[in-house]
Write a protein that binds this ligand. Structure first.
Ligand SMILES: [Zn+2]
Length: 455
């Protein structure tokens, strides 16, 4: 088995890897960099072009429906038209929703002349994928039938990251590989924690937040209590709260947390305004409630009282203590959250609570590093910061102790760390080797091929 990391790279955060096993080629994830545009956002598949023993891609495996893991699918599927697409039904439904949304927005921008580059794909390209998708059930071991290839089996495991997310056990050439993209070893508020196979020769794993001591010590319940206290304080003064969120996953988790805090009387019954896209995704969470592993299988988002806003269109009223759960999570310029933030920043009674990751260079990061009274540039204007700004940790990634716990259960002989934030990969490998000295460890570097068959 040979493994090649195609992304993320230093310049592009799209997730995509290539595995050759049993004389077959598998593409693991097909992401797009959400902060780049046009072809620059696609993962770099050029290492495959120069590969001496390259097999075409026979199957594309999707781990989950975050843009950086699946939004290049129409382009990559068109490059390998024979490849089947494998994922859970929930992942496909969430993926299709977002691919159609991208395709429609790009087509509109192109027609308006706002975009000069032709869109990467259109709605018809997304439609064409439908017949190539094969749904997998978690826990079901299936044989991949590929002409000319040796025996190859796949089993999907719950990755605990967002609705439908999976890791894969790939069995070929007499050995087994556990590949996991985004993974969460502990339960969140709506979905349960990850499930691991009883053993595997090789583990290829994400380690996004392994560098972070805050994640390692995270006590989710205490963080929810801290959020409740802060919401009460802002509400007592009549202020509103903006929580910039990503539509997929974090918005639904926060919606549930606010709903349950209101039911327990821990926060006042403030109206919650949710973006339309996040509500559509919440409805898909409801549809899969019985099928997916849930902490509360009977809970339905339709029970939560929310007002749906189309932040693209409506002028949001800040008066009278409201909570806005709107995208983007990093306050991308001109997004709904950025526009609400622009109005809130100069007003001392208003509050912005961050509940997700803020990448370096994002407006969210800049705001988090600012002090009261600082001026922030927004669209040419200098806006003074007077509102309350706070940050809460609601991670959907495994911390370092949770990653080490996974290794103790799966007991691999070889561990390959995928790139994480900061020096996460090195820290993960060092800690893994300290725990299990005979473990062979490798760091996956973009574009270079790893022989993982000699484990
Ligand atoms: Zn993800």
């Amino acid at each position: 088995m040979y493994f090649t990391l195609l992304g993320p790279t230093a310049e592009n955060s799209a997730h995509c890897r290539y595995l050759s096993a049993a004389n077959a080629g598998l593409l693991l994830d097909a992401g797009l960099d959400p902060l780049l545009e046009g072809r620059a956002a696609l993962p770099d598949t050029s290492p495959l072009d120069h590969h001496p023993e390259y097999y075409p891609v026979h199957a594309i495996l999707l781990s989950h429906a975050h843009v950086d893991h699946m939004a290049a699918l129409p382009v990559l599927a068109a490059r390998w038209p024979e490849a089947g697409i494998l994922c859970t039904e929930a992942t496909w439904r969430l993926t299709r929703l977002q691919l159609c949304r991208h395709a429609t927005l790009w087509a509109q921008a192109f027609e308006r002349g706002a975009e000069l580059e032709e869109p990467l794909y259109g709605p018809a390209d997304v439609q064409d994928l439908e017949e190539r998708v094969r749904f997998v059930e978690k826990g079901e071991r299936l044989r991949l039938e590929i002409e000319g290839a040796e025996e190859l089996h796949l089993t999907a495991f719950d990755a605990g990251h967002i609705l439908g997310s999976t890791s894969w056990l790939i069995e070929a050439e007499g050995q087994s590989l556990f590949y996991t993209a985004d993974l969460c070893g502990r339960p969140q508020s709506v979905i349960q924690g990850a499930v691991y196979p009883p053993g595997a020769d090789v583990v290829v794993s994400e380690c996004t937040v392994a560098w972070s001591p805050a994640h390692a010590q995270l006590a989710r319940r205490a963080e929810i209590e801290r959020l409740a206290d802060s919401v009460r304080e802002v509400a007592a003064l009549g202020g509103s709260i903006l929580m910039p969120v990503f539509n997929m996953g974090r918005a639904q988790e926060l919606l549930y947390i606010l709903h349950s805090l209101k039911r327990k009387g821990r926060i006042p019954p403030l109206p919650v305004y949710l973006g339309r896209r996040a509500w559509e995704i919440a409805q898909l969470y409801d549809q899969f409630a019985a099928k997916d592993r849930r902490l509360l299988p009977d809970f339905q988002f339709s029970q939560t009282l929310v007002d749906i806003v189309d932040p693209e269109e409506s002028a949001l009223d800040l008066e009278g203590s409201r909570i806005f759960l709107v995208p983007s999570g990093m306050l991308q310029p001109h997004s709904a959250s950025w526009r609400v933030a622009r109005r809130m920043l100069p007003l001392p009674l208003q509050a912005i609570f961050f509940v997700g990751h803020s990448a370096g260079g994002s407006f969210a990061k800049r705001l988090l590093k600012s002090k009261p009274g600082d001026l922030l540039e927004m669209d040419g204007a200098q806006v003074p910061l007077h509102c309350r700004v706070e940050s809460f940790l609601f991670s959907s990634h495994s911390s370092l102790p949770e990653l080490l716990d996974m290794l103790q259960r799966v007991k691999p002989r070889l561990l390959v760390a995928l790139p994480g934030r900061k020096d996460s990969a090195q820290r993960f490998l060092e800690a893994a080797q300290a725990q299990q000295p005979e473990l062979r460890v490798e760091e996956a570097l973009a574009g270079s091929e790893l022989d993982i068959s000699a484990a």
